[in-house]
Design a binder for this molecule. Structure first.
Ligand code: SF4
Length: 188
């Protein structure tokens, strides 16, 4: 399956009830040849209206964070979410919704074959890294599964709510940059 075929099939998805309330499905954005994939939890209001992940204030902050270490959604990363349709009132996606949607993400990373996946926030890390994951304790730690390196950072929306977390996130970003330099071939 090609990227365009996958996106076309996903756009028609009705595998969970979030399809009934979405304005636009939010498939993902960025380079389809990126070595690094960022995965958030799900679209919010602005994302639902535009069809692009991480727009609005949290998206601007994410773009600023990426820029610090030479990354950009227009150039060398791919960005998506665990669920592709907005949960009403920005509630956390339900387990049934995450389970219904995960195959789209799996198909995305089969096509992308990233070297590094960065989970943005506790929901994404809980799904992709799993175990007894706690974002306050485990952000910045590295895990490896199926030859892909995983790490997590605070979600940009959480950093807007609690700016005291920003210094720790800067450390995580610099650590990510070091890992990219070590194992990625085309990013920089
Ligand atoms: S959230 Fe995922 S599984 Fe549910 S309708 Fe949207 S694309 Fe399909």
């Amino acid at each position: 399956m090609t990227w365009d075929e996958l996106e076309g099939a996903c756009q028609d998805c009705t595998k969970c009830s979030l399809c009934e309330t979405r304005t636009k499905l939010v498939f993902g954005v960025g380079s389809r040849e990126a070595e690094i994939m960022f995965v958030g939890e799900g679209p919010g209001e602005n994302e639902d209206l535009t069809g692009e992940p991480f727009v609005g204030r949290a998206g601007k902050l994410l773009d600023d964070m990426l820029e610090i270490i030479g990354l950009s959604r227009r150039k060398n990363v791919y960005i998506t979410n665990i669920v592709k349709c907005r949960p009403p009132n920005n509630r956390d996606p339900l387990n049934a919704e995450r389970d219904a949607c995960i195959d789209w993400l799996r198909a995305q990373y089969k096509l992308l074959r990233p070297k590094i996946i960065v989970c943005l926030g506790r929901i994404s890390a809980g799904v992709l890294i799993g175990g007894d994951f706690k974002i306050t304790r485990d952000h910045g730690r590295w895990y490896e599964k199926d030859d892909i390196k995983f790490m997590s950072m605070f979600h940009p929306a959480a950093l807007l709510r609690d700016p005291t977390r920003r210094p720790e996130t800067f450390v995580d970003l610099k650590d990510l940059q070091r890992e990219i330099r070590e194992i990625c071939e085309t990013t920089y």
